[in-house]
Design a protein around this ligand. Structure first.
Ligand code: NAD
Ligand code: UFG
Length: 331
């Protein structure tokens, strides 16, 4: 299939493009590089030994977006473009609502106009809010605590309503848990600007000596060791989940949790990183981070049953690959 990948130069997008190319699909990327680097494209080519097409466009520009649909026959879209920093979304709600919602609407509008019916959307476990774990797709969603999370809830809603009104549409809403790690080549991975917000890039920078120590946000959660529990998933497993969704998509709206189904605490993650890479990670315990939930992990039976997909890589592989990228190839 010819697949348009918005945000395809970004962290999850680049790995998804690798998985798509390896599965034999043609890839057309639309990305404005606001949070990614153009060099990543060559690294995707290097890993896969395949060509891809790139458009440097802001997909909130309708004219530029439509030009892509006019230039290519597109079988399906994977929509990853968007802003993703939770804290920043509280400071800049307008830019988050504008970028994340307008991009979804214009992409859906172009799909409608040009007869594209397969739509895969990057959603997030954040839409579950502070629900009971494990999170399951049929749960009633609880409020998220930030504009970023609301853009995911709203985009899911918009796509669901469009699919209801247009029965030929086939929409997959992929709720990602915590993507970490990097492609095993170490050529592509996560390179956040400035001090990382997320734990894995923070840990790799501590390991590298660029940051002094990890601050653990809270040790008084109602969890076994008191630290927050998350469902970390290797980014290549996540990428392969997109291919599975695309290959199996049928009419209607389908929601899939993409996680491992296993919860890991912050202390367990540090221990796994130390074991996998033989490096000590100094840390201190500080207060909770506002907006964090105690536990977040997935019930993954739906994706297993309907897509035949499960995450295969364990926490040690995630830690090893994250470190390899930080150590060898990151600019
Ligand atoms: P990322 O920032 O690395 O990638 C996003 C890409 O989209 C970037 O390359 C950026 O340049 C591009 N982009 C942003 N706005 C654009 C626009 N208007 N036009 C064209 N390109 C634009 O982020 P990521 O971690 O790869 O996340 C990808 C998607 O997955 C996002 O929608 C994010 O909300 C979602 N998601 C991420 C996580 C996570 O932990 N990383 C978790 C759940 C969901
Ligand atoms: N944590 C620390 N210290 C840090 C960073 C994080 O202790 O420096 C802890 C957090 O408190 C949490 C865990 O590590 O318990 C994971 O935190 P991350 O920031 O890595 O990830 P979150 O679960 O907070 O957020 C991620 C994505 C969001 C998404 C959310 C739900 O960043 O975009 O998962 O899917 F909305």
């Amino acid at each position: 299939m010819n697949i348009l990948v918005t945000g395809g130069v970004g962290y999850i997008g680049a790995h998804t493009c690798v998985a798509l190319l390896e599965a034999g699909h043609q890839v057309i990327i639309a990305d404005n590089l606001c949070n990614s680097k153009v060099e990543t494209l060559d690294r995707i080519r290097q890993i896969t030994n395949k060509e891809l097409t790139f458009y440097e466009v802001d997909i909130t520009n309708e004219l530029s977006l439509n030009n892509i649909f006019l230039s290519h026959y597109i079988d399906g879209v994977i929509h990853l473009a968007g802003f993703k920093a939770v804290g920043e979304s509280i400071e800049k709600p307008l830019s988050y609502y504008y970028n994340n919602i307008v991009s979804t609407m214009l992409l859906a509008k172009a799909c409608q106009k040009y007869g594209v019916r397969r739509f895969v959307f990057s959603s997030s476990a954040t839409v579950y809010g502070d629900n009971e774990v494990p999170f399951i797709e049929t749960m009633k969603l609880l409020p998220t605590t930030n504009p970023y999370g609301e853009t995911k809830v709203m985009s899911e809603r918009i796509l669901t309503d469009i699919a209801k009104a247009n029965p030929s549409w086939a929409v997959a809403l992929l709720r990602y848990f915590n993507p970490v790690g990097a492609h095993e080549s170490g050529l592509i991975g996560e390179s956040p600007n400035g001090v990382p917000n997320n734990i894995m890039p923070y840990i790799t920078q501590v390991a590298k000596g660029r940051l002094e120590k990890l601050k653990i946000f809270g040790s008084d959660y109602p969890t076994e060791d008191g630290t927050g529990i998350r469902d970390y998933i290797h980014v290549m497993d996540l990428a392969e989940g997109h291919v599975a969704a695309l290959n199996n998509i049928t009419e209607g709206v389908h929601i899939y949790n993409l996680g491992t189904g296993r919860g890991i605490s912050v202390l367990e993650l540090i221990e796994a990183f130390e074991k996998a890479n033989g490096i000590k990670i100094p840390y201190e315990i500080v207060g909770r981070r506002p907006g964090d939930v105690a536990s977040c992990y997935a019930d993954v039976s739906n994706a297993k049953r309907k897509l035949g997909w499960i995450a295969k890589r364990d926490i040690f592989t995630m830690c090893r690959d994250a470190w390899r990228f930080e150590n060898r190839y990151k600019e």
